[in-house]
Design a protein around this ligand. Structure first.
Ligand code: GLU
Ligand code: ZN
Length: 499
């Protein structure tokens, strides 16, 4: 039976609620993964919500990219866009009426006030507070305006934002990741809920939706830590008004994901962009596995595990509060482990699009070509860290066939076949191989070893490297004899001869 379920009574409901701006950041997908794992571990519900209330910055393209990213990683959601659910709609851009209604109740309940301060006034007072060494957040200027002052501001034609009256108290909670956290009252000033143009702000809609959607646990990035006191206060008001589930969620803040120079992994750093990973030939299992390691571990020294294993084992108490470094080398190494662990036929199918994309295969490969990829894949999985690397290693098999790239020797490795010592090796190989009765692995291997190593006395490396380059076009390739076998006698001899 799941053991992390909050108190055994309330089923867990967690949410992933990104804003659709730009390319999904890997840190954001780490947040999605941890929420998913917690929901799956506890038999709870994983809600996916789109926080698209900023029409200036949000884009449909980014929304689609988020959907794609979760699907690609294998993070299925129980409620949200495209799957629906009882608490929809799940795009905030479609929930305007709900926010207006809640805002009206907050205003009527006396939880808010109208703030007429202009941006200039705010910044002047902020400056002054800084000079005098006081807290520089909003100073409560409009909190106790008289009816006359309000009338005067209105007559001036000033617009206003709706601010929430923060109760004067310190804000304390036991963070699921960080343990006890406290914010002193003076650091959490009254905050705006509604813009001057009437649009609701993140500060309103995020907790309102958490309340209405019955969210029990909020797991999100540490960058949002300072917004938690405000959200706790608003949740308090919603509970008093009888809006939502009546319970305030527990909060857990996942550690920062750091990039180069011990700074937060920047959006500008290409390693932060999810879309690069599928393109560069990462497998979903590898990337998901690596994202899990950004602040969590399975226990022991185990760093290689599947999503299912993660879900089985996921405890928030094992999430580490200290920053996690995004190490692309390690990510790539885990990916390589996964390529080796997957069923080679599965890997072969995933390789084919990359081979097509690179022109190593035609857009519609023949059955024979597909079969060849399947046969050759087990020969190269040990040598590949990403699927894209298969292009260089397998392209030689099809080079020269209709619709495929022509055969070319790698410009760096070409010296290896042009060296004077290579010539006798290539010539001897042509003679031996053209006399073979059967073209199979054992015959190719035995005859070449006998002729080149035993009779001519050449060291294996010196004998076989030029052959490998002549046949496959490069030094890093599938094993030589297997490559010759797959390529067939005619093509093998032709390539040796032309080298
Ligand atoms: N839309 C917010 C963000 O992307 C969500 C914050 C939260 O998880 O509460 O930063
Ligand atoms: Zn004001």
């Amino acid at each position: 039976m799941p053991d992390s379920q909050a108190d055994g009574a309330t089923p867990v409901r967690v949410r992933f609620c990104p804003s659709p701006t730009g390319d999904p950041h890997v840190g954001m997908l780490r947040t999605a993964l941890f929420n998913w794992a917690f929901a799956r571990h506890t038999g709870g519900t994983f809600v996916f919500r789109i926080e698209d209330t900023d029409a200036q910055r949000d884009s449909e393209e980014s929304y689609q990219a988020l959907i794609y990213a979760l699907r690609w990683l294998g993070l299925d959601w129980d409620e949200g866009p495209e799957v629906g659910g009882d608490h929809g709609p799940y795009r905030q851009s479609q929930r305007g009426d709900i926010y207006r209604d809640v805002a009206d109740q907050l205003i009527a309940g006396g939880y808010t006030y109208e703030c007429f301060c202009t941006a200039d006034e705010l910044s002047q007072r902020r400056e002054l507070a800084r000079k005098e060494g006081r807290e520089s957040g909003y100073d409560g200027h409009c909190r106790e305006l008289s009816a006359d002052q309000i009338a005067a501001y209105r007559a001036e034609g000033r617009s206003y934002v709706v601010r929430f009256k923060m109760p004067t108290k310190d804000w304390e909670w036991t963070d699921l990741v960080r343990g006890p956290v406290i914010f002193k009252s003076e650091f959490v000033p009254d905050f705006a809920l509604i813009r001057a143009n009437g649009d609701p702000l993140y500060t309103l809609v995020n907790p309102v939706d958490d309340a209405l959607m019955g969210i029990t646990h909020v797991l999100r990035g540490e960058d949002l830590l300072s917004s938690t006191p405000r959200q706790l206060a608003l949740h308090g008001a919603l509970v008093e008004l009888g809006i939502g589930s009546g319970a305030i969620p527990e909060y857990g803040h996942l550690p920062y994901v750091m990039g180069e120079g011990n700074k937060k992994l920047s959006k500008r750093d290409p390693t932060s962009s999810f879309s690069n990973y599928p393109k560069q030939g990462f497998v979903r299992e590898g990337l998901a596995n690596y994202l899990a390691l950004l602040g969590w571990s399975l226990g022991g020294d185990r760093e290689f595990f599947s999503l299912d294993e993660m879900a089985q084992a996921f405890e928030i108490s094992r999430v580490n509060a200290s920053p996690a470094k995004f190490d692309i080398k390690k990510c790539t190494a885990i990916n390589a482990d996964w390529i080796r662990a997957l069923d080679p036929d599965d890997v072969a199918e995933r390789l084919i699009p990359f081979l097509i994309e690179a022109g190593a295969l035609p857009p519609e490969p023949t059955d024979a070509q597909r079969a060849m990829v399947h046969t050759a894949t087990p020969l190269v999985t040990e040598r590949m860290q990403t699927l894209t690397q298969s292009v260089g290693m397998l392209g030689f098999l099809f080079a020269g066939q209709p619709g495929c790239n022509t055969f070319a020797i790698d410009s760096v490795d070409v010296a290896l076949v042009q060296a004077p010592e290579a010539r006798p090796v290539l010539e001897a190989a042509v003679i031996v191989l053209s006399h073979l009765n059967t073209w199979d692995l054992a015959s190719i291997q035995d005859s070449l070893r006998a002729a080149l190593i035993d009779e001519m006395g050449i060291k294996p490396k010196l004998a076989f490297t030029p052959l490998r380059v002549a046949i496959t076009g490069r030094r890093v390739s599938p094993p030589l004899f297997e490559s010759m076998e797959l390529l067939g006698r005619d093509e093998t001899l032709a390539r040796l001869a032309s080298a």
